[in-house]
Design a protein around this ligand. Structure first.
Ligand code: COA
Length: 159
């Protein structure tokens, strides 16, 4: 998947958490769009974020997330979105996209699992649908499918 993103020149930022023992975590930002009423707006999608199992729970994921948001702001992006655990990301300043007039790229992403951070370049008119580039659809990597979708919906969007 990362190779495909690179080949389409969609990959914008890659960050590693590493020390003398090696690489312990990784995060990437790639290109996406916001289909606003006025025009298409270049935005970023954060994926993947991963930390080696033996280092999980030591703050690496949180640090990578903060560094990625900083890099996105420096890149001039108005917002970053992602799909992920509502609890983990809400605790780190990521809002539900729907709170800001932003529609999920697919209804197969539970509402509370589509999270967003608005950056200084964001303007109030920037609302509408978040759109993944073709590469995500080619690999069928958007959202979840049943039975996983139903199980996650029951957990994060009860009722
Ligand atoms: C989720 C993940 C990136 C967090 O990184 P981390 O370095 O372990 O996280 P930190 O040490 O900075 O923070 C610990 C928090 O992560 C939470 N966490 C750990 N694994 C998690 C998981 N699989 N899903 C959701 N949250 C998780 C812990 O409960 C803790 O939450 P709290 O601080 O709100 O109580 C990491 O555990 C991971 O790589 N998991 C497997 C891959 C994955 O799920 N990637 C994210 C896709 S959304």
């Amino acid at each position: 998947m990362l190779a495909l993103l690179r080949s389409f020149e969609d990959l914008r930022v890659e960050l590693l958490a590493e020390d003398e023992d090696g690489v312990h975590g990784y995060v990437a930002l790639s290109r996406a769009w916001l289909d606003a009423r006025e025009r298409l707006v270049d935005v970023l999608v954060l994926s993947p974020l991963g930390v080696r199992p033996e280092r999980q729970g030591t703050g690496i994921g949180t640090a990578l997330l903060a560094a990625a948001v900083e890099a996105a702001a420096e890149d001039g992006a108005p917002l970053v979105f992602l799909e992920g655990s509502p609890d983990f990301y809400a605790a780190r300043g990521w809002d539900a996209a729907s709170e800001h007039g932003l529609d999920r790229p697919s209804v197969r992403i539970p509402d509370q699992a589509c999270r967003v951070v608005l950056l200084p370049a964001h303007e109030p008119w920037m609302t509408g649908r978040l759109v993944y580039p073709d590469v995500w659809w080619r690999r069928d990597l958007v959202g979840l499918r049943d039975p996983d979708l139903a199980a996650v919906e029951a957990a994060v969007d009860p009722g």
